[in-house]
Write a protein that binds this ligand. Sequence first.
Ligand code: MN
Ligand code: MN
Length: 301
Amino acid sequence: MYFRAYYGVPDSIRAPDGTPVNAVRGLLDFIARLVGDYSPGAMCACWDDDWRPQWRVDLIPSYKAHRVVEEVTGAPDREITPDPLEAQVPLIREALALLGIAVVGAEGYEADDVIGTLAARWNGPVDVVTGDRDLFQVIDDDREVRVLYIARGVGRHERLDARAVVSRYRVLPSQYPDFAVMRGDASDGLPGVAGIGEKTAADLLATHGDLDAIIAAAQDPDGPMTGALRSRIRAAADYLAVAPAVVRVATDLDLGTPDLELQPLADQQREAFAAFAEQWGLGGSATRVLAALDALDALDK
Ligand code: MN
Ligand code: MN
């Protein structure tokens, strides 16, 4: 979300000392907007403690490889992040802390995995805010887990349920990982199965249900699958053996017991946030996010 804020707000937006604060201000505006629209009782910023876990790279070496900063031997992979954004990340962390918004990450895992785990465990409706299609797999109508998909901007996001995933791709949310595995995903460096695109992947899942059944059908010369398709799937056997583990998000991380409830801000917290906003020139973005959070407290009363 802070990448989107950075690219969505001009970097001429600066603190009095000249530091760009466009990502900070943009993110606070996103939060104000979403809090205003959905009045959450709890909220959490899920963090990429590891944006490209080695265990995923070991399974598929091309995973996110195009997004790695030119390698420094022995150093952990860094994601290509513009310097003016990198400089704002600590400010974003501080703003979230001052506002009492929990930040949750897990060593060796992506934010996707934290989201998957929290969505699986949270007792009550969940709105996952993301511009990452990978998270469509966590949508669960019975448990009221939806995705607020911000691909076209936070102001124009769509709230996706299972029906929306079906009408977009003709697959159920639970089939989305198998679908993404076969189709591939250039933004994550997932090659997919050569010769199988979105339409064929959806057709195969409609006929066979899941990837295991598709792989089994590809072994069966007497089954309904065409010879061309069978050989494409068999040619991708090595990839298909490992890719599902890369694409599926974790649902069972040990995250401790983070407190995600939003509490009214104490005076001291409010003063600290005001001083922070003043120092970094957060202006109307600070006012709006505070007003949105205060309106939640008013709802409670
Ligand atoms: Mn992802
Ligand atoms: Mn992705």
